[in-house]
Design a protein around this ligand. Structure first.
Ligand code: FRU
Length: 594
């Protein structure tokens, strides 16, 4: 029964655990994204990542932004390592500084995707971004074409240690080599930032009175340079070329349409591709190590179309967001309904389980009741049997009582008879003893007659002692036995009493020895008659159980101020079990021990 309950409980627990896991829906993959900067281009990439990640329901994306600070980015990446992310996406601020921490993550087995910018080693899993060398070359070709092979150019680069800045510059230089009529007046670092580019541009304007084209490595810096030129009223004298071509207010596309920028080159963010490749890596699918995103020039000729298209795309994006919201709400509704459904299912199963348990316990209860009534019947039968046995025993007991009473009476009668007879024996015995004493006092009786008289005296004495013992027994029975203390020499008496057994010892050819310390005084107060009785009893028993040619030794000693009498006899002994019971009245050792 208990077992059935345990099984039901076990299954219910399993069910609950299953339901809990269904409802919890913990994301399986944790992706950490470390962005180097916080600008419109990065924000667009981040929103693409978040939107794409929604298509996978087991992914959690965590984005951290270092705000162009190497130390901060290193801390962000360490945070992701410590968190145990399943995959790391890094846009390194500067290659040299960020390489060690990226390598550390990669060496720890975390897949690393580099986006847009690179590190100074190949310890990464995949790279996604545009070809900055190609962009540098295309910019050179565009400017060469714009200036028809003649003119002057200044370059404002991104952050010196970041790979796009290095690659764009290198390839731009190579591309410009094809136009010997175009002079690169100066290259200045704008660190990808508007204000820095603006300041640098002011310095360049001061240094160079004539500049035809300003190539800034991103639109943000191109816009900053344009503003500097505007402040010095030289903006109309030169063209501004940037990179990124982002749509949106004050971004590249708007600047082209407003005539502030002559051209820009699309630098794709590719956030969706990042998530797709990350998922391919995590799910163990094949993936390209290098994914190069395409680029294209945007200028006044295609900017309106692009604006239309990007507007259309952003409308579609809005709708997608709307749909996403709707889907999310539906998902939440679905999850709630699912929880309710599973909850009800669990409750139902619980109920079924409880019903089964109740049914099983009822069944067990009935079975136990049946067993109990059977046992009860059996007990009643046994009780009747016991009552019958009891009454039989009571009858037997009263019969035994009757018998014992009769036996007691018979014993009493026998004892009375023996007592009377003993009394009757004692008088003639005393009458025999007195003449023997008188004859012994006569010196005429010497030699053999005297010996015979002494023997007669001894045996009369034995008979008198036996008669006295019978009378003593009655006294003990009636509680009238008294202790008569008188001066008594133990050693002397024992030696004297030993003589009484000479004949019997001779008859059975028994060797007898009596041992006692000669230097001890054995005088005391004792009941001589009783002492004699005890000694004779012990000696007689030893005689009785010693075989022909045997040996009896009696020792008298003093141990711890007590007199100790020991009787040893060959042939048989009293076992230790019998020693315990030897002082019980009439106790007899069964059998002989050899
Ligand atoms: C964005 C950005 C872009 C540029 C790219 C280079 O943070 O500065 O404007 O094209 O990074 O990595």
């Amino acid at each position: 029964m208990k077992q059935a309950h345990s099984w039901i409980l076990f299954f219910l627990c399993l069910l609950c655990a299953g339901l809990a896991s269904c409802i919890r829906n913990t994301p399986r993959y944790h992706i950490g994204i470390s962005q180097c900067s916080d600008d419109e281009w990065r924000r667009q990439m981040n929103s693409e990542i978040i939107r794409e990640a929604r298509f996978y329901d087991d992914v959690q994306v965590e984005i951290r932004t270092a705000k162009d600070d190497n130390v901060r980015q290193e801390a962000d990446i360490r945070h992701f390592i410590n968190e145990g992310v399943d995959l790391l996406v890094v846009a390194p601020n500067e290659a040299q500084s960020i390489t060690p921490i990226v390598e550390e993550a990669y060496n720890k087995g975390i897949p690393v995707i580099l986006v847009d910018r690179k590190i100074s080693s190949d310890r990464y899993t995949a790279y996604i971004g545009a070809d900055n060398h190609a962009i540098g070359r295309e910019v050179a070709a565009y400017i060469g074409n714009l200036l028809q092979g003649n003119g002057s150019v200044v370059e404002i680069t991104g952050l010196a240690g970041s790979t796009p800045a290095i690659e764009r510059h290198e390839s731009f230089l190579k591309g410009m080599a094809a136009y010997p009529g175009i002079r690169l007046l100066a290259t200045s670092e704008g660190a990808w930032l508007r204000r820095q580019a603006s300041e640098k541009m002011e310095a360049l304007l001061d240094s160079f009175p004539h500049i035809d084209v300003v190539f800034a490595q991103n639109d943000r810096m191109a816009s900053g340079a344009y503003e500097a030129a505007l402040r010095k009223q030289r903006a109309r004298q030169m063209s501004f070329v940037g990179i990124d071509a982002l749509s949106g207010e004050h971004y590249g596309l708007e600047d082209i349409l407003a005539g502030r920028l002559t051209a820009s080159f699309i630098y794709p963010t590719g956030g969706d591709r990042v998530v797709q490749i990350a998922m391919d890596i995590l799910q163990g699918k094949t993936f390209p190590r290098e994914t190069i995103l395409g680029t294209s020039v945007v200028d006044s000729t295609n900017a309106p179309v692009m604006k239309m298209q990007t507007a259309h795309i952003s409308t579609l994006d809005g709708k997608i967001e709307l749909l996403n919201g709707e889907i999310n709400r539906s998902l939440v509704r679905y999850a709630t309904q699912q929880t309710i459904l599973y909850g009800s299912l669990a409750a139902l199963l619980l109920l079924v389980g409880m019903l089964v348990a109740v049914y099983l316990s009822l069944r067990a209860k009935n079975r136990m009741n049946r067993e109990l009534s059977l046992q009860k019947e059996l007990l009643i039968e046994q009780k009747d049997l016991l009552i019958e046995q009891k009454s039989q025993l009571e009858t037997q007991k009263s019969q035994l009582e009757q018998l014992s009473h009769e036996l007691e009476e018979a014993t009493h009668a026998k004892l009375v008879f023996f007592t009377n007879i003993s009394h009757d024996f004692r008088t003639p015995l005393t009458l025999i003893a007195d003449p023997i004493e008188q004859l012994l006092a006569n010196p005429v009786f010497d030699g053999q007659p005297r010996q015979l008289l002494l023997l007669m005296k001894k045996n009369v004495h034995i008979l008198l002692r036996l008669v006295n013992q019978i009378l003593d027994f009655r006294k003990v029975e009636n509680g009238r036995m008294e202790l008569r203390l008188e001066p008594f020499d133990l050693l002397d008496s024992f030696r004297n009493w030993n003589d009484s057994f000479c004949m019997a010892l001779l008859k059975k050819h028994i060797t007898f020895s009596f041992e006692a310390p000669s230097d001890m005084d054995f005088r005391m107060q004792a009941d001589a008659e009783k002492m004699e009785c005890i000694y004779f009893n012990l000696f007689s028993n030893a005689l009785k159980y010693t075989p022909e040619n045997g040996k009896i030794t009696i020792c008298l000693a003093v141990v711890a101020e007590n007199y100790v009498l020991s009787v040893f006899n060959s042939g048989s002994y009293i076992s230790s079990a019998d020693v315990e019971a030897i002082f019980q009245r009439f106790y007899q050792v069964s059998g002989h021990q050899a």
